[in-house]
Write a protein that binds this ligand. Structure first.
Ligand code: UD1
Ligand code: CA
Length: 465
């Protein structure tokens, strides 16, 4: 049988993450729009693994649920959680008899890049090693396992709590990421004991076991120690998020996006932004958002799961969520586009205008102080200041249709369900309860009466005016 180069990924994600002080399992905490576990899976996918196994335990169901719909990912449950070696042992039934390389990743080490993983596999396979440990030389090694070398080669790994004062001086740390030859691995794990400060089965002990058996153990020292940052508490979560954010901003700038103040710009990993778009300070772009080319996003705007085409302008202080904005449209300042909203080409949504589940056709304008909900609005419609679609009767939502070229006078209420026909006008201040036919004027307001001389009379005899 020829040796297989198959790659099997195991991700440890069973721990509680006590130091997070959270009801949510640690690996489901998010950084730049993805859970820590999703970040790890994302890097892992670059290895095109034959199998991916996630070891779950604490809040196993919610972690498993977060993985639903990913084919090629299996979960095994570790209960109770008795340490990292015990965690890996849970994957044995899925990997028994397999050959090739087992790449072990930690669900709480999300910055590791695909390139480093490829380097790991390459180093490991080239050296025909039984194990290869990813290490880093860091300024502050506190909390990490230390790499103890003898005559230059890795001899063992000692955890912070079990380390002697001299061992604690070592600045080379264990990342918790390894490549293992599948063949001797599970047998070696059975040789691990719990004689340590935490009374747990430490995977790190496998290094000393292999060295005793005269098997080759290699190390891969990463160039950028930030890559192996683990998340154990909320401060580390914030630090890791900041690193990811900076990386994302740098990628976008390298691709031609102007980010006026990267320090105050928060763009999630999956967001796409086209070249020559200018992003001003305080902008947050989240989730699966796409922003086209040559857009301008002014300060303090939040865009979530939305698509903006090219040449869109978003003025200050807008919230755009689950919406689509077509080319050349302008939104804001102070506008709110809510889910299932579409703003057409060249359309304009002005200050204090809220759109919900509404499509505003090309060239149409809603410039000031309007609520448009459950409405389908055609092309070149003018929606006057203060227009409200009354879409809710207390029990159900109803639709409003405004056809092309219609003109809705200011301060009108369109009481849905209702339709304003093509080219029709609605007089300002109307409460429209019935459909307005095409090209008609719909007007529904109290008639004005002028009482001649009323003021003069009132001043002369205030009580009788
Ligand atoms: C571990 C390493 C340490 C390394 C550090 C890097 C051990 C003994 N120590 O320490 O050398 O420097 O990672 O970040 O391996 N987990 C389980 N089941 C368990 C215990 C842990 O699935 O029973 C998972 C956790 O969910 C986590 C990962 O394993 O994703 C690491 O566990 P954690 O307790 O954070 O280990 P560290 O103390 O950080
Ligand atoms: Ca950890």
């Amino acid at each position: 049988m020829t040796a297989s180069t198959d790659i099997h990924i195991v991700i440890l994600a069973a721990g509680q993450g006590t130091r997070m002080k959270s009801r949510l399992p640690k690996v489901l905490h998010c950084a730049v729009g993805r859970s820590l576990l999703e970040h790890v899976l994302h890097s892992a996918s670059t290895l095109s693994p034959a199998t991916v196994t996630v070891v779950v335990g604490h809040e196993a169901e919610s972690v498993e649920r977060s993985l639903a719909g990913r084919d090629n990912v299996n979960c095994v449950v570790q209960s109770p959680q008795r340490g990292t070696a015990h965690a890996l042992q849970q994957a044995e039934p899925l990997l028994v008899g397999r050959t090739g390389t087992v790449v072990l990743l930690s669900g709480d080490v999300p910055l590791l890049t695909g390139e480093t993983l490829q380097k790991l596999v390459h180093t490991h396979q080239a050296a025909k090693a039984a194990a290869t440990v990813v290490t880093a030389v860091v300024e502050r090694p506190y909390g990490y396992g230390r790499i103890i070398r003898s005559r230059g080669r890795i001899a063992r790994i000692v955890e912070e709590r079990d380390a002697s004062p001299t061992e604690r001086q070592v600045h080379e740390i264990n990342s918790g990421i390894y490549a293992f030859d599948a063949a001797p691995l599970f047998d070696a794990l059975r040789g691990i004991a719990t004689t340590n400060a935490q009374g747990e089965y430490y995977l790190t002990d496998v290094v000393a076991i292999y060295r005793r058996r005269r098997l080759t153990v290699e190390t891969l020292v990463v160039g950028d120690p930030r890559e192996v940052r683990g998340v154990n508490n909320r401060s580390e979560l914030a630090e890791v998020s900041a690193i990811m954010r900076q990386k994302k901003n740098e990628e976008l700038m390298a691709a031609g996006v102007t980010i006026v103040d990267p320090a105050s710009t928060f763009i999630d990993s999956d967001v796409v932004v086209g070249p020559d778009t200018v992003i001003h300070p305080g902008v947050v772009i989240q989730g699966q958002s796409k922003v086209g080319a040559a857009c301008e996003i002014h300060a303090y705007v939040r865009i979530a799961d939305s698509e903006l085409a090219d040449k869109v302008t978003v003025l200050n202080f807008c919230v755009i969520s689950g919406a689509r904005v077509a080319e050349g449209a302008s939104v804001g300042p102070f506008a709110h586009l809510r889910p299932a909203t579409q703003v057409g080409q060249g359309a304009k949504v002005g200050n204090f205008v809220e759109l919900k589940k509404t499509s505003l056709g090309p060239g149409s304008k809603a410039g000031h102080l309007a609520y448009l909900g459950d409405a389908t609005i055609g092309a070149n419609v003018n929606v006057g200041a203060g227009t409200i679609t009354c879409n809710y009767d207390g029990e159900r939502k109803h639709e409003t249709v405004i056809e092309d070229n219609a003109f809705i006078g200011s301060d009108s209420q369109l009481i849905a369900p209702v339709r304003v026909g093509r080219g029709a006008y609605v007089g300002a201040g109307s409460s429209i309860t019935r459909d307005v036919p095409a090209d008609a004027l719909g007007i529904a307001r109290g008639r004005q009466e002028n009482v001649e001389g009323w003021v003069t009379r009132k001043k002369k005899a205030p009580d009788k005016a």
